[in-house]
Design a protein around this ligand. Sequence first.
Ligand code: NAD
Length: 245
Amino acid sequence: MSDDRLPLALVTGGASGMGLATVERLARDGFRVVMVDRAAELVAQEAGRLAAEGLAVEGRVLDLTDEPAVRALVQSLGPITALVNNAGVFDERKFAEVSSDDFRRAYEVNLIAAATLTQEVARTMPEGGRIVNIASRAYLGARNHPHYVASKAAIVGYTRASAMELAPRGILVNAIAPGLIDTPILRALTPERLAAQLALQPTGKAGRPEDIAQAVSFLVSPQTGFITGQVLFVDGGKSLGGSGA
Ligand SMILES: NC(=O)c1ccc[n+]([C@@H]2O[C@H](COP(=O)([O-])OP(=O)(O)OC[C@H]3O[C@@H](n4cnc5c(N)ncnc54)[C@H](O)[C@@H]3O)[C@@H](O)[C@H]2O)c1
């Protein structure tokens, strides 16, 4: 089948970490995938590498907080069957020191950019469409990044709201809550904080980006037709909340 007859998927933050693993997985699943990211060099490198392997992957460089550019991109692409709102920003701030600007930065990407893109994509998304929002296990509560935790709780709320809005059109919207996953975003943690996070893992190790890609693949599959508004924890059991003792 020629590329333009394949169902179209758009993955934000697709040039790195779990977004990149998701781009590759959805392309192998039979989607034509548009990788959107603001990291221009990575987009060129990774989209080029995957396309050279024969996968239907295209890169687009965009800052997702640029609302007119986001709307224009979606309009230029035509109907999107699967949207993965994965791009996110993370940094650590102590509870007593976090600023209103820290909150704004976190919300700007982790919630508002995803909501803007969802709204624009939903205008033309066909029946059977799928939206997956990458939240975080941290939305249940975590120390040292209150702005991030709040923004991820917000995207869970938005997931539930959009699931209600779009269900009558046969479009399913779910969230994935990853636990600790081995990606470049973890560079925001000091070695001590990373060790402390790993110690909380019931499995004793971080997950792989491919673990998240696998969950996305399941949720966007046409075979997965009766799940909407849910949060799927992919966290090696961290959300169980047991003492581990
Ligand atoms: N790695 C973890 O342990 C973990 C745990 C829970 C949730 N998450 C979430 O998973 C998602 C993916 O993170 P990752 O771990 O793969 O990190 P990552 O840093 O490897 O990838 C994030 C990508 O998003 C892009 N991005 C950020 N802001 C953007 C913007 N404004 N416009 C365009 N692109 C932008 C970055 O350039 C980067 O390529 C994020 O939403 C993150 O909050 C990560």
